[in-house]
Structure formats: C-alpha cells, structure tokens
Design a protein around this ligand. Structure first.
Ligand code: NAP
Length: 249
C-alpha cells in the first residue's frame, strides 16, 4: 500500500509509533524512525531490516521546532523525498485535577503533544508541497473528543490536535496533502503499562471499552496505514476512532 513512498514516524522507538513504523515498512515504505530514545529507535530500525525493509533513525524532540525541521531534512537527505508523516510522539503527563495541575507539567504536555504536532506539520507540509502532495496522520486520542478527569493538559492537547488537523487539512487539500487524525482508546503500550499498576485499575480501564479489552498497537497501525495510503484518497480533515466502542457509550 506504500510501495515507493518515503515515510517518517515520530515517537517510533516504542508502542504505537513502533507498530506504525513497522507496518509502513511492511507495506513498502522507506521509513525514518524518529524519537528521543535512540536505543528503542535502533531496535525499531533493526526490526524493519529483519522484515526486509529499509529504515533510518533520526533523533528528534518534537517539542523543539529546529528538531522537526532537521527531521524532514533527514528524510530528504536519506531517501530523497517525503510522502507520508505520522505525528505520533506523545507523553501522558501528570494526573491531577485542573486546579491542582502543576504549571510545568501543563507546559510540557502541551509542548510535546500539541506544539510538537504543529512544528511537525509546518515542515512536513512545506516538503510535501515540493513533492506535489502527501498524507499526514496525527495520533490524537479518544481524549481528543471527550474529557477525562485528572488529565486536563492531555485532553486539551489532544482536542487541539483534532482542531489543528481539520484546519491544516482545509488549507492544503487543494495542494494534494491529506491530513487526518486517529483517536485510539487505551492501548497496551509502555505509556499505559505505567498506569496499569494494579488489577483494579486494569479492570476499570477494560470496563470503559465495550469490546472488553484494551487495544493493541497493531490495531492502531492498521488504521494509520489506511489513512496514509492512496486507498484513503478522498479522506481528509477527519478524526477516526480506534477504540473498541469507547466513544459509543
Ligand atoms: P509510548 O509507548 O510511551 O511511546 C511514545 C514514544 O514517544 C516513546 O518512545 C517516547 O520516548 C517518545 N517521546 C516522548 N516524548 C517525545 C518527544 N518530545 N519527542 C519525540 N519523541 C518523544 O506511548 P504510546 O502509548 O505508544 O503513545 C503514542 C501516541 O499515542 C501518543 O501520542 C499518545 O498520546 C497516543 N495515544 C496512546 C494511547 C494509549 O493508550 N497508549 C491512547 C491514545 C493515544 P520516551 O519513552 O523516552 O519518553
């Protein structure tokens, strides 16, 4: 589905981003694996090579505009162009009610989860305009649609990602750049494993999903792949949940 394409994935050293990088590569893309964690990044690159694909690691902290510019430049220098980008890097942040939420924690979550997507879009769009088009998938969350007590920064950032996705999609649709958002519910990754530290919490999380379990990174990757591929050629500016029925409650 992505034969001949060049893709970049942020936060690709772990969890959902790693699954997306492996899936894009499985479908023929050359993939730039980006993250702040070089060890995990190298593991993702090695796993892609093992399945017969081509990948390159590029360190980038998405909260830094210059890193986002250099990441796109790395894709062009290494593989010649940029066709697909997945802005996936994100952090959970502190858990506290709004009035008690620490300012520094708020600023960090917004910097990574919202500003990081903005900086990514800026440079990815500029490069895709030179190529004559492309597809961008932003990883939001179900918490880009509904609130979640004790996660004010995370829910604000993810709602922001959905709004930014719609606006940028309108601006660049005529330039052949499709931009969509994916909203996972709770997915088994290191981010959630940090929360699921006891059976009661795990049972509570599972109970929020009518399907009766949490999702897997691969289930998110398959949706991201479809949105990034030419099969979604008439799809832009939309939010797609992959949530085991979470939002249907
Ligand atoms: P994860 O396993 O923690 O992976 C996130 C990766 O991003 C890690 O390798 C992390 O590195 C990296 N990262 C953190 N800050 C970064 C930065 N400033 N720049 C570049 N990379 C950075 O998390 P995940 O669960 O796969 O989450 C991936 C995305 O899905 C996030 O946007 C998250 O909000 C979203 N999401 C997750 C779930 C879920 O239930 N898991 C649900 C909805 C949405 P370090 O480990 O070194 O920090």
């Amino acid at each position: 589905m992505l034969q001949g394409k060049v893709a970049l994935v942020t936060g690709a050293s772990s969890g959902i981003g790693r699954a997306i990088a492996l899936t894009f590569a499985r479908e023929g893309a050359q993939v730039v694996v980006s993250d702040v964690d070089p060890d995990g990044g190298r593991q993702t690159v090695a796993a892609i090579a093992q399945q017969g694909g081509q990948a390159s690691y590029c360190a980038a902290d998405v909260s830094r505009p210059e890193d986002c510019r250099l990441l796109v430049a790395h894709a062009v220098q290494t593989f010649g162009r940029l066709d697909v980008a997945c802005n996936n890097a994100g952090i959970g942040g502190d858990l506290a009610p709004t009035a008690d939420y620490p300012d520094e924690a708020w600023q960090r979550v917004i910097a990574v989860n919202l500003s990081g997507v903005f900086y990514g879009l800026k440079h990815q769009i500029a490069q895709m305009r030179l190529n004559g088009g492309g597809a961008i998938v932003n990883i939001a969350s179900i918490l880009g649609q509904v609130g979640f007590a004790n996660a004010p920064a995370y829910t604000a950032a993810k709602h922001g990602v959905v709004g930014l996705t719609k606006t940028a999609a309108m601006e660049y649709a005529a330039a052949g750049i499709r931009i969509n958002a994916v909203g996972p519910a709770f997915i088994h990754t290191p981010m959630i494993e940090r929360l699921e530290n006891d059976e009661a919490t795990n049972a509570q999380l599972v109970a929020m999903h009518p399907i009766g379990r949490l999702g897997t990174p691969q289930e998110v990757a398959e949706l991201a792949l479809w949105l990034a591929s030419p099969r979604a050629s008439f799809v832009t500016g939309s939010y797609y949940a992959v949530d085991g029925g979470y939002l249907a409650r």
